[in-house]
Design a protein around this ligand. Structure first.
Ligand SMILES: Nc1nc2c(ncn2[C@@H]2O[C@H](COP(=O)(O)OP(=O)(O)OP(=O)(O)O)[C@@H](O)[C@H]2O)c(=O)[nH]1
Length: 869
């Protein structure tokens, strides 16, 4: 009971008994009260009413406020003092003052109560003295007042403490109940036999059974068979071990039948007298468990994805320590598990991988990798698609593709990096191979034209910066087509391969050799022009060495053009064009030689190019014509034959001599159809003459044949067809082949000439003396006629050496039993000298310039004889 409750009862009793006491006194002693005494009684009645109301209704509010209580104590004390002053009831006051001292301190604050007690004791003492009581009378009253008041104070204090404790306990209880009701955790207290003594409502929420159901129906929770044994063991341990705790995760069947995952914490509080039981806090973790399971599944799946991935995948924290890695990564660096690698740094790995043959030290490699990682972490920018070869000796031949991504936490702070590296060696090799193939020639493995152009662009720049010289040698094999035509393309390939090797072999490694096109090779060198000429000679020598494959021997020669980089050259094509022009010059000048580019050559080659185009249409536009230059017997001046000479009357360039246009036709290949046309003209004309003038005898017509024609696959067949269709006597047709071209590929020439010879044709070696005939080959050539070049004839009478040369030629011709024809006979002296040396025939302006067919026919029909003196 609280102090206020005691006070309410005590004050009611106080006033009631006080009034009852007054009424008894008045009734027993037949007293009558004065007006003041009556007023006092009324006042006491009011106080009684107030205490009555206070007792039943207004328990605390106004009536218990301290001011009111002080007023009330004052009124009550005054009433008693007034009543004591009534002559009729002087014995009244002291016990009631003591009662007041025992009632009001219950509700007053300590100090005020003490003051009131003191005041009441003093009032009592004064009243006793006033009423004439002796010290032995009032002293006990005084002590009683103080003692009762003091006890009341103590009682109030004790009651207050209890009240506070009680209220605290109630609050705690309410709080606990609130928590127990609100929480989703189950709280259970059981006795030592696991009988539930207390359970909060969460129990029903979680497992479907309420506390009451369990209690009344003696329901026991059903544990999952997989968890039962372990959980029960833990419970036993809890019960048998004072002060122990347990933690258990297990499944319990819900009232509905499904399993619920519970996480149980148990505390043994059997020793606690208030609780005397086992206390359990149980959490429903079904959802969490589901999430955990899902997470486990996902983690396992991710793990599988990581480990099955052929790339090396790893995660490093902000300090560069490996945290996650897949099996490919672990295997590569010799680790057997993720745990073994976890916490290691790239420095640890590099030290482990280090080998004495490595190009870089472990530290250098690790620094490099670390730097990359730092860059990604500091900038937050991923490093993507880096392709590089391996760092270590063991994997330098491998290529890797690496990407690194920054990893961020929930607050977007970078906390590490994710690295993905995959082996791209196969792809890279293919790419390199493709790149290599795009830049190299398949057959010879030399750099190709594209590679050359790229290299040339760089070399031009370097050469300009360093002011060093840059020279290009443009090599084109002579009459290579014939090699293909005769021996087949595969044979040609073997030749090209061998020649490419020879070229590379004679040049220093610093020179760049490329296969520019079919049978063209280009060399880039920093040599001067003079040095380049020496190199060209070496190349020509090496190329022209005999080539023997499968018992077939050929000799291939090369024409080389040289051009040097000059300030006029803007782009690679400029230098290439000039070297090419120089090479063409070499071709035109008889092949198997080297020419250095000069500016005049350029304009010539431009004209050459234009004429080349025009010449392609010359045949179909009938711009070509023929003339016949007589060959005269130096014995009797009779006409023994004609040399058919071509004329080109170009609407654009006017009359062009064969000396000018035949080399162009040679280069473009037009010489083949043009030559065949000339052959046809010769045969038909001669056949016509032979039919008209049977008496003309063996007068011949000679046609020039180029090497290109001779080597053409269908040449032989076409000649035979023309001979057949024209009906000409074959041995009256002579084919003239220049010495230079005959000797370009003598083995081949010998073979082809033999075939022609079999057709009955006569063969002549033209311009004899200008080339470098090998006597060994010369005697094997199936020729009938040797034509002495006009340069020697012109020297007759002026240059003794020319005379000697002709004499030697005559001797050679006699030895080989060949007819001799001197070209360019222009003076009587020439005739005399030639006659003296035994030359058979002469041809030149002293006899006749080239004639039209009609003019020639006149000579034939008149059996014309030219004067020889
Ligand atoms: N075997 C072989 N022949 C090739 C290859 N590339 C080009 N050729 C041949 O090389 C010949 C080149 O001929 P041209 O340069 O026009 O003429 P040429 O016969 O060499 O005569 P000139 O150059 O005028 O002295 C052609 O017959 C091509 O078919 C190749 O890779 N292999």
């Amino acid at each position: 009971m609280a102090g206020s409750d005691i006070f309410r009862t005590a004050s009611l009793l106080l006033y009631a008994t006080l009034l009852f006491h007054i009424m008894l006194l008045v009734y027993a002693k037949h007293l009558s009260l004065t007006h003041v005494g009556m007023g006092t009684v009324v006042l006491l009645l009011v106080l009684l009413t107030i205490s009555f109301i206070r007792y039943f209704w207004l328990r605390t509010v106004i009536l218990l406020s301290e001011k009111f209580l002080l007023a009330e104590i004052l009124i009550a004390t005054c009433s008693i003092v007034v009543l004591a002053a009534q002559n009729t009831i002087p014995t009244l006051p002291m016990p009631w003052l003591i009662a007041i001292a025992g009632v009001f301190p219950l509700m007053l604050r300590h100090r005020i109560a003490m003051l009131c007690i003191a005041a009441l004791a003093l009032i009592g003492y004064r009243l006793n003295v006033y009423l004439g009581a002796t010290a032995s009378d009032w002293l006990p009253d005084l002590f009683a007042t103080i003692c009762i008041g003091w006890l009341s104070l103590l009682l109030a204090k004790t009651l207050n403490i209890n009240r506070i404790a009680l209220s605290q306990a109630r609050t705690n209880e309410r709080r606990f109940n609130a928590i127990a009701r609100v929480t989703r955790h189950i709280f259970i207290i059981t006795d030592a036999d696991y009988q539930i003594k207390f359970a909060n409502p969460a129990l029903q929420e979680v497992i479907g059974y309420s506390y009451e159901e369990i209690l009344h129906n003696a329901i026991k929770p059903i544990l999952h068979p997989d968890d039962e044994e372990e959980h029960k063991e833990k419970l036993r341990h809890l019960r048998n071990t004072p002060h122990s705790t347990i933690f258990s995760r297990h499944r319990t069947r819900h009232k509905d039948g499904h399993w619920v995952w519970l996480e149980t914490r148990g505390y043994n509080m059997l020793h606690d007298s208030a609780i005397n039981g086992l206390v359990f806090s149980i959490e429903d973790i079904t959802l969490r468990k589901d999430v955990e399971l899902k997470l486990q599944e996902e983690t396992a799946m991710l793990r599988a994805v990581l480990d099955l991935n052929p790339s090396m995948i790893y995660v490093k924290d902000s300090e560069g320590r490996f945290t996650i890695s897949n099996q490919v990564f672990q295997r590569r660096f010799g680790y057997s598990s993720e745990d073994e690698l976890r916490g290691k740094t790239v420095y640890d790995i590099c030290l482990k991988m280090a080998n004495e043959n490595d190009k870089f030290s472990a530290r250098e490699i690790a620094d490099e990798i670390q730097q990359q990682d730092q860059q990604v972490m500091q900038t937050g920018i991923p490093l993507q698609d880096v392709e590089a070869p391996g760092f270590w000796h063991s994997d330098m031949h491998l290529w890797f593709h690496t990407s690194k991504y920054p990893l961020r936490d929930a607050r977007n702070n970078i906390i590490g990096i994710l690295g993905v590296t995959r082996d791209i060696t196969k792809r890279k090799m293919t790419e390199l191979q493709i790149e290599y193939q795009a830049m190299h020639d398949m057959l010879t493995d030399l750099p190709n034209r594209r590679y050359l152009v790229n290299t040339l662009a760089t070399a031009m720049e370097t050469s300009r910066q360093q002011q060093s010289s840059l020279t290009m040698l443009f090599c084109d094999l002579d009459f290579f087509k014939s090699v293909n035509d005769t021996h087949g393309h595969d044979f040609g390939d073997q030749c090209l391969l061998e020649i490419s090797k020879r070229i590379v072999a004679v040049l220093p490694e610093s020179d760049f050799v490329a296969r520019f096109g079919g049978n063209e090779f280009v060399i880039l060198t920093n040599s001067s022009l003079a040095e380049s000429s020496i190199k060209a000679k070496a190349i020509a020598r090496a190329v022209s060495e005999r080539l023997v494959f499968e018992n077939v021997a050929v000799k291939i020669q090369v024409s080389i053009g040289i051009a040097q980089l000059s300030p006029d050259h803007q782009v690679p094509a400029d230098l290439i064009r000039e070297a090419d022009a120089a090479m063409y010059q070499a071709k035109e000048r008889g092949r198997n030689r080297t020419e250095i580019y000069d500016a005049a050559l350029q304009s010539k080659s431009t004209k050459h190019a234009r004429m080349d185009v025009a010449l392609r249409f010359a045949l179909e536009r009938n711009e070509l014509s023929v003339a016949y230059q007589p060959k005269v017997s130096l014995v009797d001046g009779s006409v023994r034959g004609f040399e058919l000479l071509l004329r080109w009357n170009s609407p654009e360039y006017g009359m062009i001599s064969p000396n000018e246009f035949i080399p162009i036709a040679e280069t473009s290949g037009m010489v083949v159809p043009i030559g065949m046309w000339a052959m046809e003209q010769a045969c038909r004309q001669l056949a016509a003459w032979q039919a008209s003038y049977p008496a003309m005898g063996d007068i011949t017509v000679a046609v020039n044949v180029s090497m290109r024609q001779l080597l053409h696959t269908s040449f032989f067949t076409q000649v035979r067809e023309i001979l057949d269709s024209s009906g000409v006597v074959p041995h009256t047709i002579e084919l003239e082949l220049t010495e230079t071209s005959a000797m370009a590929n003598p083995l081949q020439t010998i073979e082809n000439l033999a075939l022609l010879k079999n057709l009955g044709l006569r063969l002549a070696l033209d311009d004899f003396g200008t080339g470098y005939s090998s006597l060994a080959y010369l005697q094997k050539l199936p020729i009938d006629i040797l034509k002495i070049d006009k340069t020697f004839v012109h020297g007759l009478g002026t240059k003794q050496s020319d005379r000697e040369i002709i004499r030697l030629m005559m001797a050679l011709a006699q030895t080989l039993n060949l007819q001799t024809v001197a070209e360019g006979v222009e003076t009587i002296m020439h005739i005399n000298e030639l006659q003296e040396m035994g030359c058979d025939l002469g041809q030149g302006f002293i006899f006749s310039p080239p004639l039209s067919a009609e003019e020639a026919e006149t000579l034939i029909c008149s059996s014309h004889q030219f004067p020889l003196v």
